[in-house]
Every structure is written in structure tokens, then in C-alpha cells.
Design a protein around this ligand. Sequence first.
Ligand SMILES: [Ca+2]
Ligand SMILES: [Ca+2]
Ligand SMILES: [Ca+2]
Ligand SMILES: [Ca+2]
Length: 493
Amino acid sequence: MRKYFQLIPLIVGILAISAFLVFKDKPNSEFQSYALTVNEPIIIDHTSVELFDRIPDSYIQEASQLKMLFMDRSVGSNINDGLNCLRYPSSDRNTPNHCKRYNHPDPRFSVDPSEVTWTRGYDRSNFDFDFFYDTWEKMTENFIRAMDSGQYPGEYDVYSFQFSYLNVTDNDTIADASNGFFANRPGDYNDVYDLERRIAEHPDKVFVFWTTSLSRGIGNAVSRDFNNQMRQYAIANNKVLLDVADIQSHDPAGNPCYDNRDGVYYSNGNISENYPDDGVDYPAICQHYTSEIDGGHLGSPSAGKIRIAKAIWVMMARLAGWNPDGLPAPSPTNIVSPTNTTIVSITPTNTPLPTFTPIPTPTPTTAVFTPTPTSAQSGSNQIYVADIDNLSDNINSSYFRARARVYVASDGQAVSGANVYGTITYNNQTYTANCSVPTNNSGFCNVSVIVPTSAANAVFRVTSVTANGFVYNSSLNSDPEGDSNGTEITLAP
Ligand SMILES: [Ca+2]
Ligand SMILES: [Ca+2]
Ligand SMILES: [Ca+2]
Ligand SMILES: [Ca+2]
């Protein structure tokens, strides 16, 4: 980390000297939306979060019109929840409790209520989230193949995927000097340079690089080395970097946080750990942002997913042309194409890690949000699912996109702003699968999950629907075409 801190003045200097964004009008666009080219490094890290409250309204507006995609595992779903939290002011009745929890079971890790307070709504309806996970090699290959097939970037102005903390376990090769993501290996689908060749085919779109998510246990040598390699790469090649690992590993006051193998007892109120000190401080997610002992989900408390959602808005405002340093408007310059900068590999310390057992199981299906119905209400206060349709499509030979469109109604009328929660099952595993945003004005929302073609199909099941002033009554669920029963549908391209 220290090396990285030394780079900060350099980054700031680069940003101050050359703040150049080239804008291109997108024709045929109903709104005045901009696609853009970045030729300076834009690093969004824990120091960027405080810029959120300074984004001018005009740039919030511009940013909200960029079409953005991020693909990720379960922590990405938490981040997606954080973006939904910001849709309304924190004081609004539409903002759920899970967005505003500043207390931690251990009061030392509670945060200031201002961390989960914001005063306006941020429309993220153009920001899409898709589940996407596998080994890091498979993810790299599948993303590249999806680009070759034209699936990505598609209509997106800004597109990305994140490696999760389960891609940087002790056994992962992702940070290896000769076999990792930043090694220029023979073969066309296995490293960042192969990805860059495709990115270069879309100079009017922005690919966002991410550092990994982190957990309490990961924090290890692989996550530290990979994330440092990613930072060096982004700076050397004028990339946009969403440094989630940096945001997660600093508490709101800016103090660094390290892995749980520290000889310090810790309890979240239910379970505890007391791993011996392994002698190395690996950057890891702060207790302030997760209630897990070894994992790193951002469900409750709220500050982690809110801070990352704020950082995404800062990034999108930057991409829309906002210059927080107040420098004069940039003039177009030549697009700097990425050079095959060799990544200075950080010498692995090979400190033997003590056997720390409970790595969070990769099978998600974590907390499926179960709402507590406020009171038994009847008649027109009841909501239900009145249609589910299969909108699945093929991505490539390895993956298809299982997509369901859900229609929520009450008393025969569409209900907007309803949250639809569900699960998806394939290959005998069940995962959380919620609509990424609440239902629109026509009562529709979509669930989208990337599924390996080894599964012939996937079954989506609605587990609950919530909306202010309504009570979910699943016995009223139905489907006019009979392709579902209103609760469950089989999805296949
Ligand atoms: Ca290669
Ligand atoms: Ca500990
Ligand atoms: Ca340690
Ligand atoms: Ca249907």
C-alpha cells in the first residue's frame, strides 16, 4: 500500500495537468447523450467518495443519461442495491431501511449517520447490472467472446466487469507474472492485452477497470498483488479505474483496514473469529462495511454499498465531463492508445498463510430479502405478479443470458416502484436473482443472470414483491399466456 500512496501525488499531478475528455455527439439519440474517449487516467478511490456531494446537478443529469453496464458477482448485487438506495433522498419513504443502517453490532465500527444521508435522488435507470462470475480465466475469455459476438459493448456507453474476491484466493493465478491477467500470454482469450484489442475497436465507448472486492479473509497476497498491478496498469495506460478494493479497505475517516488474521478477537454479535496473527497486514474490507466474519457482503450495515454507489456516481459524472478541480474545459487531443506496458510485478513475499478455514462458499443464495409485511391489508392494497415472460438470449457457446420480465399489478393496474425478489436455479444450484431496478411506470422490471450453457435452462422463481402501501399476495399470481404460473418460469434462449 505504501508504494501506492507514494503514487497519489503523481496521479493528482497527471489529473491536474491533463484533464482531457473528448466528447462525441451520439446521433439518433433521443436525449443529448455523450459517448466519450478518455485519455487520462481517471482513478476513483476512497478519496473520491467525498466528491459525491459536490457533483453539480447538470452533471448528475448528464451522467444519468449515459448507458452503463457492470457485471459482477454477489457483491456487485449489493453495489446495485446501493445504486437503488440513492434513487430517492435518504429521508424519502421510498428509501428502504437497508440503505440507512449506520450502526454496527460492534459500536466501534458504527459510522456517522451522515455516511448514509443524501439529499436528492439519483436516477440510475440507465445503469444495468448483470450477474457474471466464473474463474478469472473463464470470465476473461467469456467477456472477450461476448465482445467478439457484438453483445458488448452493444448500446452501452460505459461497460465493465469486476473480478470478485473469490477470483483472488490463495490458489488463483490472476496475479502471476507469467500466467496472470497482466501477463501477455500466447492465445487470444486469456489476458488484458487480448481484452484491450477488443476495447480498441470501440473508441467511443469507455471500458471501466475495477480492482476486486475484498472480504475479511481476502485480504491476502494475491488480492494485494493483483490490485496493485491493476492500479499500475490503469495509471500507465490512461484507464478509468473504479478502485473498489481501495474504497473497501479504508474506513470513512480514511484509515486503512487489514485482514482478520491479526490475533484480534472479533464478533459480529452472532459468530466470532480469533485467527492468529499471520504477521502481514493485507488490505481487506473494513468491519464498518460488512457484518461477516470472513466474507465481504455489503448487506448490513449500509455504509459500504452506499460509499461505492457514491463513487460510481462520481465516476459517471467525471465521464460526463465534470472536472472537480475546476480547470477550464478540455480541448480534444489525440487518443492515446494503450501501450503494452510491462507490469512491474510486485515480488511475492510468499509468506506462508496459516490455514484459515472458512472461505465464504462461492454458492451465493445469501440473504434473500424477506420483507416483513406491515399489516394484513386487503382488496386494492394487494400486489401480485400478473405476468412473467422469457426474454433470454444467447451470448456465446459457453453462456446464455437468462432474462425474465416480470409484470407487477394491483387490482388489474400496473404498479411502479415495486421491488421484485427471487431466485434462479440451474445445475442444481440456487442463487439470488432480483430485478436490478424497481418496476417502471408500466409495471415491468427485468431479472438477468448469465448462465453457463452446461445448464439447458434455468428456473426463475419470485420469492417476494414489495412496494410502499402494498402487501404481496402470491396466491393472486397469474400469467395470461400460461408460460409461467405467475411465480415460476423456465428460462432458455
Ligand atoms: Ca493472450
Ligand atoms: Ca481477527
Ligand atoms: Ca494479517
Ligand atoms: Ca407470460
